[in-house]
Structure formats: C-alpha cells, structure tokens
Write a new protein. Structure first.
Length: 163
C-alpha cells in the first residue's frame, strides 16, 4: 500500500507552523482538526496549518509537503493505533478501541489519496473554509525539469577552443 511521508525541503515549516512534523514521519491530511473552526479561530499559525498543512503521525506537527511512499500492514496498524491514541489524548475519545475506526478511516483516506501516484510523488494541500464547511484540494508538485541542471553557457578561449 502507499501512504504519505512528511518532506522538509528547508526549515520553513518550523517557522510557519506551531509544531512542525519531522522529515520522513508518516502523515495524513488531518483536516479533521479544523472541523469546528471558524474564520475567527483560524488566525496566525493555526490559519497556516489549516490552509496548507498535512498532519504528521509521530509528533502531530504539520508539514507543507508530503511524498507518496510504500508501507506494509505492520506500518498501517501502527499508524492507526497512533492516530487513535491521539484522538483519545487530544480530542477526548473514550478509548483506543472506540477511536480506531475513525483513525482507520483517516488512514484509509490517505491511502486513497496516494492511489493514483507513484512512490516519490510530492503533494501539497490547500484548504478553504466556506459556507458548506472545509474544502480540501490536493495538488501534485511537478518534478524538477530534467533540463534545469544543464549549463546555459559555453566557455571558449579567444582562439575558439572550448573549455
């Protein structure tokens, strides 16, 4: 199966999010965190997390970019348990057992999101709060242009010899 992993191209996530996800940690879209937010509560770093952040599943920080990665059933089960525990600790779910179906649904959403992409594909999310609730859109980040590393200059000596 394919799941999402946080990608840190630089240290900007540490500046724009309250807590940044670590590079390589497993992630989910995590839009559920904003289900009860309003335009008044979405300010500052919380607004940035809402607008562009995936949720890391180790430290529960946010990341701007994720990459599609392969995972096995053991990883899947571990992530469902970690997210269920987060629902108990952060949101007051009565138990891990009660939270597991909801956690499995969120992990399942991440799996569905990854389905059309090859491992290594980088994705971003944008969210908007509208009259009908939260709208999410996911976008594939185009790979770097393979010609971008090519030289645009050629150096020749005065006699026309290529250097």
């Amino acid at each position: 199966m394919k799941l999402l992993r946080a990608v840190r191209f630089d240290d900007s996530d540490g500046r724009v999010f309250e807590t940044a996800a670590e590079d390589g940690e497993w992630a989910v879209p995590g839009g559920f965190e904003f289900a009860n937010d309003t335009t008044e509560t979405l300010i500052g770093k919380r607004r940035q997390a809402f607008a562009n952040g995936f949720l890391g599943l180790a430290g529960f920080g946010r990341t701007t970019f994720v990459a599609v990665a392969t995972a096995d059933d053991t990883v899947h089960a571990r992530l469902v348990d970690a997210l269920a525990d987060h629902f108990v600790e952060r949101y007051g779910a009565p138990s891990r057992e009660a939270a597991r179906p909801v956690a499995a649904q969120e992990i399942g959403f991440a799996i569905e999101l990854c389905e059309p992409y090859e491992a290594g594909t980088t994705l971003t999310v944008t969210r908007e709060l509208g009259p009908d609730g939260v709208r999410e859109a996911f976008r594939r980040v185009a790979a770097a242009d393979p010609g971008a590393a090519q030289s645009i200059w050629s150096m020749f000596d005065e006699d026309g010899t290529f250097r």
